[in-house]
Ligand binder design. Structure first.
Ligand code: CA
Length: 251
């Protein structure tokens, strides 16, 4: 596991990040439950928005860039799994899924949609808040949390990664990545001869106390791979080693 360090001075930008109120999007079509959940988060000091169906949830996630999304599975429009899938293409927000039945958990886990955790109804609001806080404590972006950044740009074929500015480009054209996608790519390009297991990638990118579904890695690698190939990299840039994990194609 990469070690964090405390040498990074608390820059103004960092301070703004720390002091910024966290935003929560509550997606739940049972209006009374949505209200109760929203009230609890507000009481805890979060900025809260609510959505009552799939399409408006995606729209609000895009517009207000929440840090955390409480997402009911069964929704009008399209369901929470589809919301999760769409949101994951543009956001690294933590997602806690709510399900009405234990059996539906298989759906969330099996579809590997990229949710961070789930909670089965009925739950107490206190339980929800406690779970949410635990999820948000997981280090999501090691880069922002003080990982020692190497300042030299990494090159891999036509792909260039600048760890300092966190900019990725292919043939000079910038590729927009989420924080998780960037972290995954940086880790793999730093050690291009390594094959990383999903568990290793989870520990490096999500942090060691992550206890959810390990196939969440596949979802993010899939998006990363698509963005890189769309930018002109060969499909084989990130290779899948069956039964092992992921690594960079040897050049
Ligand atoms: Ca529902």
């Amino acid at each position: 596991m990469r070690t964090s360090n405390l040498k990074v001075p608390l820059t103004l930008k960092k301070w703004e990040q720390v002091s910024r109120r966290l935003r929560v999007l509550v997606v739940e079509d049972e209006v009374e439950l949505a209200k109760v959940v929203a009230n609890y988060f507000e009481h805890e000091g979060y900025l809260v928005e609510t959505a009552i169906d799939g399409p408006s949830a995606v729209e609000k996630a895009r517009a207000s860039k929440p840090d955390f999304i409480v997402l009911d599975l069964m929704l009008p429009g399209f369901d929470g799994i589809e919301v999760c899938r769409q949101v994951r293409t543009f956001s690294d927000a933590y997602i806690l899924m709510l399900t009405a039945r234990e059996e539906e958990v298989d759906k969330i886990v099996g579809f590997a949609v990229g949710a961070d955790d789930y909670l089965v109804k009925p739950f107490s609001p206190r339980e929800l808040i406690a779970r949410s806080k635990a999820i948000m404590r997981r280090p999501r972006s090691q880069g922002q949390d003080g990982r020692e950044e190497s300042s030299t740009a990494l090159q891999f074929g036509d792909l260039k990664i600048d760890p300092a500015s966190r900019v990725v480009s292919v043939n000079g054209n910038p590729v927009e990545l989420t924080r998780i996608e960037f972290d995954l790519l940086e880790i793999m390009v730093e050690s291009p001869r390594n094959i990383f297991s999903r568990r290793q990638l989870l520990e490096l990118v999500w942090g060691g106390d992550w206890y959810g579904e390990i196939h969440v890695v596949d979802v993010h690698v899939g998006h990363l791979r698509k963005k890189l190939t769309d930018a002109g990299m060969p499909l084989s840039t990130i290779r899948t080693v069956r039964g092992v994990g992921y690594g960079m194609e040897m050049l």
